[in-house]
Ligand binder design. Sequence first.
Ligand code: SF4
Ligand code: SF4
Length: 310
Amino acid sequence: MSKLTNKRLKVLRQLRRTAHHYDLRRLLTIGISLAILFLVPLSGLARVDLWRGDHALLFRSVPFKHGLAGVIVGICAMYVVTFLVNVIGGRLFCGWGCPVGQISRFGEAVDTPGLNRRQRLRAALEGAAFSLLLVLSIFAWWVDLRVFWGGSSQALLIAWGALVVSVVLTYAHGRWWRWGFCMSTCPIGLYYSFVSPAKWFGVHFRNENSSCVECNACDNVCPVHLAPRDLMASSGERPGFSIADAPGRNHCLECGDCVRACEWMIAKTGGEEVPLLMSFFSGPQRLPADGPAADTSPLDPEPAKAPPAC
Ligand code: SF4
Ligand code: SF4
């Protein structure tokens, strides 16, 4: 496990000890994503059935090419909706709606330092169950799920074989590849990074009252290795599918982990103002698109305070 991953896991371990409203929100948003993934094909809004040929479009049985057209339109509709979300809030879908990102969170839960064997097993089972749900939701677009119990022996063999391989790969992704995929390989993430710059909502740093204790918890917890206090700074050379040297905010997943870490640290140190926020940009806190605002740059020298360990 890399040093950066270790640092993130250590901060996450602390954060998991306290319930946070982000937990419920993420449960809802991921739940909505999964529900849409299941409902579109199962309701017959758009579906291809490679098993029995029961293709559907707009709740009616149709020929294969019409079912396929419906599936393609469904995928394009997702891009249109997420484009609109991006204009307002950047890669919010990555941080809150993407089930693949959620798989990474399940994988991290297994590796949380300090778990006993039973807790680790439970985390692993939860990750496996989520992987199964996700794979089934994707299969539902391409095959009637009744194939898993009603197919011929050949159909059963193919369906179960494909299911087992896909679930194992999905689970393995969460355990070992995780955010590396979001950061450098996901083509959808690349698209989102391109259409993110004009966003009006996101993470910004407000430190007028020198409330930052320089603990670096926000840096350590960022899953894609950005500097949350200065997202206008270059994100540097990033591997794979990403825009090299784009401002960090293009690549920010809007996951809020840095804000949560900051809230936790400020509460722990008895501070009152949380310097890192996820909100609409307004007034002097806004980070302009053409460079960091002087009054918001975390690089402004602040009197050093003793950072608590995290
Ligand atoms: S900067 Fe904050 S919100 Fe953005 S990806 Fe990193 S941790 Fe998530
Ligand atoms: S106090 Fe908040 S903004 Fe400052 S370094 Fe710690 S987590 Fe980051």
